[in-house]
Write a protein that binds this ligand. Structure first.
Ligand code: 5RP
Length: 244
């Protein structure tokens, strides 16, 4: 068995967690070739990767990065990582990104940082996606982490009801919570809202994915299926690579 027992996350001390993220990012950097067109993920783990990448760039490595969020773009600019847009560079060699949950098939839940839409577009435009994470992200079955669902602001209540109906069809249930920040709804880089779906275990992520895409107000969801080829997982025992 890879990773944690069913739907239980390994708890990692926050101090250790940062060191583990840096280790996973360091190993991922070894997969970046000079001249690479690189998708750059969002979140605290991806940011450790950006910091290491910036050191390589300062030392002369030539890459062009396509960021998956305004937040990542700002950090890249601050640290001197050269950027392009997906319109200028629509085909990428590799995307490195974090995840909220990872199962043994490398199905993922992403979007804890609210960047799922751009993250998925960038990953899909890449020949390869490598996930970087600490051991706490590995699960037997996806779903303990609430599934982020990016929705159009129009008709929020109707969309919520339609999502709940899709879930019921699949014997899933649980609250859909509108993500808030500082007392107002969180707005994504694409100008949408996020509903965090606490459905619990998701035994058939593909069926849920298909069902959610049938809801008109759903812009994107955080199930990343068949996109990642490898995950670099750091734990106190070392770093290992899991292949899809
Ligand atoms: C952002 C994401 C992140 O990759 C995910 O939330 C993991 O973040 P972190 O590395 O901070 O745990 O999907 O939308």
């Amino acid at each position: 068995m890879i990773g944690a027992p069913p739907n239980r996350r390994v708890t990692v001390n926050p101090m250790d967690a940062r060191a583990l993220k840096i280790e996973a990012a360091r190993v991922a950097l070894g997969h970046v070739r000079d001249g690479a067109r690189l998708g750059i993920g969002t979140g605290s783990t991806a940011e450790e990767f950006v910091r290491l990448l910036a050191e390589k760039v300062a030392a002369g490595m030539k890459i062009i990065g396509v960021p998956t969020s305004e937040r990542t773009a700002a950090l890249c600019r601050e640290l001197g990582v050269p950027l392009s847009t997906l319109d200028e560079t629509p085909e990428l060699d590799l995307t490195i990104d974090g995840a909220d949950e990872i199962d043994r098939h490398l199905s993922l839940i992403k979007g804890g940082g609210g960047a799922l839409l751009r993250e998925k577009i960038v990953a899909a435009a890449s020949r390869q996606m490598i996930v970087i994470a600490d051991e706490s992200k590995m699960v037997e079955t996806l779903g303990k982490f609430p599934l982020p669902i990016e929705v159009n602001r129009f008709g929020l209540k109707a969309t919520e009801l339609a999502i709940a109906a899709v879930a019921r069809e699949l014997n899933l249930s649980g609250p859909l919570t509108l993500r808030m920040t500082n007392g107002t709804p969180f707005v994504t880089d694409g100008g949408h809202f996020i509903l965090d779906a606490s459905f619990g275990r998701i035994p058939d992520p593909r069926a849920l994915s298909n069902g959610l895409f049938a809801v008109p107000g759903v812009v994107e969801h955080g199930l990343f299926l068949g996109l990642a080829q490898a995950a670099i997982i750091a734990s106190a025992n070392g770093v290992r690579t899991v292949h899809a």
